[in-house]
Design a protein around this ligand. Structure first.
Ligand code: C5P
Ligand code: MG
Length: 231
């Protein structure tokens, strides 16, 4: 598969990176935020950004931006996958994420340089929302970009998710917030994305969060869940 585009293609790996992955786990902390469609991933990530200054990268948002980018060779393909609730081939999504991580790292390096040449740069913390959604994405990202430290898994009954998505669909303008696409997204979640959660559970990385609760309650539970790696 060719690079996402010349304008979004990754630059050569950072000199600090290990030979196998693009980012050194000492320099970046990655938390994956998973859960069914409508579980509140985006909402909760926005709150964590405000409180802790995470860099929030939503795989779905990056794909929608690439879909709308003029001249993208993947626009039509992404559009079809999203409408059908299917998982876009991982090469595209991983490249978009890697580019966005790199951009965040270099803007931070610029800030640190301005502040003081001797200031140690703290590890950049990333919340990666809606990714990985398929086993191949999980294995490839862990291997070639950076292994995650924690996986927040937002658990919510399907009936609640359906109601939330139909409500959101009134104003979201999203091509997949309709009954037909939602049904397909639920199926993909159960068949394709749940094995990813199970895989990380076996590694002891998963923190389950009941996201049927109120926004404030969910945030409070997430705070408790991430506390061990925030120290
Ligand atoms: O996370 P979000 O609901 O915004 O994702 C919307 C759609 O984007 C998914 O249903 C899927 O078609 C696509 N997607 C993907 N791979 C990901 C994340 C999202 O193919 N890792
Ligand atoms: Mg989202």
């Amino acid at each position: 598969m060719p690079a996402v585009t010349s304008s979004t293609a990754a630059s050569p790996s950072s000199s600090h990176a290990t030979s196998s992955s693009a980012f050194d786990p000492k320099e970046v902390t990655v938390i994956f935020v998973l859960g069914g469609p409508g579980a509140g991933k985006g909402t909760q990530c926005a709150r964590l950004v405000e409180k802790h200054g995470f860099v929030h990268l939503s795989a779905g948002d990056l794909l929608r931006a690439e879909q709308d980018r003029e001249g993208s060779e993947f626009g039509e393909m992404i559009k079809t996958y999203i409408k059908e609730g299917q998982i876009v081939p991982m090469e595209v999504t991983i490249k978009l994420l890697e580019n966005a991580m790199r951009a965040a790292m270099s803007s931070q390096a610029g800030e640190a340089k301005e502040a003081s040449a001797t200031t140690a740069i703290p590890a950049r913390r990333f919340l990666i929302d809606g990714f990985p959604r398929q086993m191949d994405q999980a294995i490839k990202f862990d291997e070639s970009v950076c292994p995650s430290k924690l996986v927040l898994f937002l658990v919510c009954p399907e009936e609640t998710l359906l109601q939330r998505l139909l409500e959101r669909g009134k104003t979201s303008g999203r091509a997949d917030d309709n009954r037909e696409s939602i049904t397909k997204r639920f199926r993909t979640f159960v068949e394709t994305s749940m094995p990813v959660v199970d895989y990380y559970r076996q590694q002891g990385k998963v923190v389950d969060i009941d996201s049927s609760k109120t926004i404030e309650e969910v945030t409070a539970d997430i705070e408790k869940g991430i506390a061990p790696i925030m120290a």
